[in-house]
Design a protein around this ligand. Structure first.
Ligand SMILES: Nc1ncnc2c1ncn2[C@@H]1O[C@H](COP(=O)(O)OP(=O)(O)OP(=O)(O)O)[C@@H](O)[C@H]1O
Length: 119
């Protein structure tokens, strides 16, 4: 089966808009994402203040990207789980716990990177 896809520039621009909508939703509605955004701003200010090197900037930006991407995927999984099974379900609970664990893992790595660079 062949699925027709719109390859036009306008269609690509539209998908960009949908992705922006997702980002906006995250930072306006998810408390954890707001905290991550605040920490990101603090890290960027600290990066300028301590005049970190290019390679250190790359590591910090990678860590920030990792945490925020994980947060977004976690939120998407949570929203999907709530649609698939709005009632209590042990498996859904475990799926949400694993997705949240992924975010925690990225946060621990980001904190370690921050400590290595700033301390
Ligand atoms: N439908 C469900 N069935 C069973 N357990 C659930 C269910 N929904 C949530 N839980 C349990 O509650 C926890 C929190 O789920 P919830 O969807 O409320 O996330 P949250 O507290 O909003 O997370 P975050 O703060 O990361 O946005 C889950 O990790 C899971 O352990």
């Amino acid at each position: 089966m062949k699925i027709e896809k719109d390859h036009s520039f306008k269609a690509r621009l539209k998908s960009f808009g949908y992705a922006y909508k997702g980002l906006k939703f995250l930072f306006l509605n998810e408390p954890n994402a707001k905290i991550h955004l605040l920490i990101t701003i603090i890290v960027i200010i600290a990066g300028f203040y301590f005049n970190v090197s290019s390679i250190e900037w790359c590591m910090l930006l990678l860590a920030i990207g990792l945490v925020i991407s994980a947060e977004m995927i976690n939120t998407a999984i949570e929203k999907m789980a709530d649609v698939v099974s709005p009632e209590k379900n042990a498996k859904i609970g475990l799926i949400k716990d694993i997705a949240a664990g992924a975010v925690l893992f990225t946060v621990v790595i980001a904190v370690l990177i921050g400590l290595i660079i700033f301390l």
